[in-house]
Write a new protein. Structure first.
Length: 374
């Protein structure tokens, strides 16, 4: 019981909205839930997420999720050169070094940051012009592009695979081990479901039962109660669950299984920009991309220092947990033609499995923002 309470206590601390870089002190988390709506989590109904008149408090889509998603604490500075919105999770973990530079006044230009647990908040504000750049799931970027008729472009890939199978069942080693089993996970109607079902289908498994929960904390709590259960969790929740229960283990990475079956990368998180903003502010976008890349590289090369910042900004309460999770979060920075190749390949696979998962069709070439050398 104590372990379960400790797990829930730690998970309940994993959400904080960031203020502008000029005022980076933590803000209250009152009325914020713990649902991780990251590039691998519940991202809300794609149709709803693209409504330009969507309310900031609009709920996310989840399995039997009756409660509305939390409102974002909208804190920022409208005078910032680039206004950034991101989702709590690995993408924001890759940004904390840039946030730290902002707080110290060392960034190359002025930024503001807003972090939300609800993707519909970020996407609605992006399309309304209240944000310039957003860190969102790869398939949601495609949905936004298609539904908004090209109002967003992808700058880079910021996160690869973050989904892991966690269980105490020693018989579970690969996806094929899930035959005849029940899996507990989040993300119904979104990336986790699409990826998991694609892999099950690729292995010819038809007798795996999936039970959906509305929040990753529910999956972690169920695993804490019964380690023999099989759960699929995104980072950093997977690491938190493992550290809180010695009976659990990481059975396999869905990213590894994806590569084995498709010979392609699993692309889960991307950085997008409003097309109009990019046209009018090419220099600002270029500078941001340079500093985003540096921040992501620092996260990977210095997990200890980055873990301390992740704890400082309230993404994960304890720095040692963050430090251990960072190498498993697949934080990256890939732009240009390599970005286009990786993302288009990923979207092709999703489109063949479920066209609605990417907004009904493959985006045109102008979906990809590629800087050409003069």
């Amino acid at each position: 019981m104590k372990k379960k309470l400790a797990l829930l206590s730690l998970l309940l601390s994993m959400l904080l909205v960031f203020s502008a870089c000029t005022s980076a002190a933590p803000v209250t988390t009152e009325n914020i839930t713990t649902e991780t709506v990251t590039e691998a989590g519940t991202v809300g109904d794609a149709e709803v997420a693209t409504r330009e008149d969507a309310e900031a408090s609009e709920g996310t889509k989840g399995d039997a999720n009756e409660a509305a998603a939390p409102e974002s604490l909208l804190v920022g500075d409208d005078s910032a050169d680039v206004r950034i919105g991101s989702l709590k999770g690995p993408t924001t973990m890759g940004l904390v070094n840039l946030m730290d530079k902002c707080e110290k006044g060392e960034a190359g230009q002025k930024y503001s940051f807003e972090v939300s647990s609800d993707a519909s908040v970020i996407t609605a504000k992006l399309l309304k012009g209240e944000l310039d750049v957003a860190f969102i799931p790869a398939n949601v970027a495609s949905v936004l592009y298609n539904k908004s008729k090209g109002k967003v472009q992808v700058l880079n890939l910021n996160t690869l695979g973050v989904l892991y199978c966690v269980t105490g069942n020693k018989d579970i080693k690969r996806v094929y081990s899930l035959s005849g089993k029940t899996v507990v996970m989040t993300g119904q109607g979104n990336t986790p479901e699409y990826v998991t079902k694609y892999l099950l289908n690729a292995y010819g498994i038809t007798d795996c039962t999936i039970e959906y929960k509305s929040e990753a904390t529910e999956v972690a709590a169920a695993l804490a109660k019964d380690p023999e259960l099989i759960g699929i969790l995104p980072q950093p929740f997977a690491t938190v669950a493992l550290m809180q229960n010695e009976n659990l283990r990481q059975a396999f990475s869905l990213s590894d299984e994806w590569r084995n079956m498709t010979s392609a990368q699993m692309v889960t998180g991307v950085t997008v920009v409003r097309s109009d903003f990019a046209k009018e502010n090419a220099d600002k976008v270029k500078k941001f991309m340079e500093e985003e890349k540096e921040s992501a590289e620092t996260a990977n090369s210095d997990p200890s220092g980055t873990g301390a910042l992740v704890a400082k900004y309230g993404i994960i309460e304890k720095a040692p947990v963050a430090e251990k999770a960072i190498p498993l979060c697949n934080i990256t920075y890939i732009d240009g033609e390599e970005m286009k190749k990786g993302l288009s390949g990923y979207l092709d696979i999703l489109n063949s499995f479920n066209p609605e998962s990417i907004g009904g069709k493959i985006p045109s070439d102008d979906f990809y923002y590629i800087v050409t050398e003069e």
